[in-house]
Ligand binder design. Structure first.
Ligand SMILES: Cc1cc2nc3c(=O)[nH]c(=O)nc-3n(C[C@H](O)[C@H](O)[C@H](O)COP(=O)(O)O)c2cc1C
Length: 143
């Protein structure tokens, strides 16, 4: 299975979960973008796409991430894992994850798992439910 992982970040918290996942499958191809950078990735060669992002302002998806999703979701029907980091003091915690999932569902893409975490990814801090999701993600990328 060919896996692509794409992350969008401003202060690096998104990349923490990418670093974690890479331990379980070093063959994953990955790209890391600041939320201001242009993105031009075609997902056609991949079976599974893992996309992660922060949420920056009013629960919104960073605009380059949104463009990446829209460009590809309209063209292809793929399996996706969507994750995000946020801060629960904001009304719309990890709203970008919900926004991405809405686009993917509306375009008949298949979402395998979603995962949200508070600021920095720290495995030891996960509650049981999140631990289960993370284990499912690991099983998917490292069968
Ligand atoms: C101006 C600003 C707006 C933010 N808006 C949201 C938000 O609407 N929802 C949320 O869950 N987190 C929000 N956050 C928190 C970030 O998403 C959080 O710090 C995240 O861990 C940053 O990830 P990164 O290090 O990958 O950029 C906001 C942070 C800032 C500074």
């Amino acid at each position: 299975m060919k896996i692509l992982m794409v992350g969008f970040s401003k202060t690096g918290n998104t990349y923490m979960f990418m670093d974690y996942l890479k331990q379980f499958n070093s063959d994953i191809e990955e790209y890391r973008f600041n939320i201001k950078e242009d993105v031009n990735i075609d997902i056609s060669p991949y079976d599974l796409i893992i996309v992660g992002t922060n949420t920056w302002g009013d629960g919104k998806i960073p605009s380059n991430c949104k463009q990446f999703i829209i460009d590809n979701a309209l063209k292809y029907k793929k399996d996706w894992i969507v994750f995000g980091t946020g801060n629960s003091i904001f009304a719309n915690f990890c709203g970008a994850v919900d926004g991405i999932c809405k686009i993917l569902k509306d375009t008949d893409n298949n979402i395998l798992y979603t995962f949200k975490y508070e600021q920095r990814f720290i495995e030891e801090d996960l509650d049981l439910e999140d631990k289960k999701i993370v284990n499912n993600i690991i099983d998917t990328i490292n069968p």
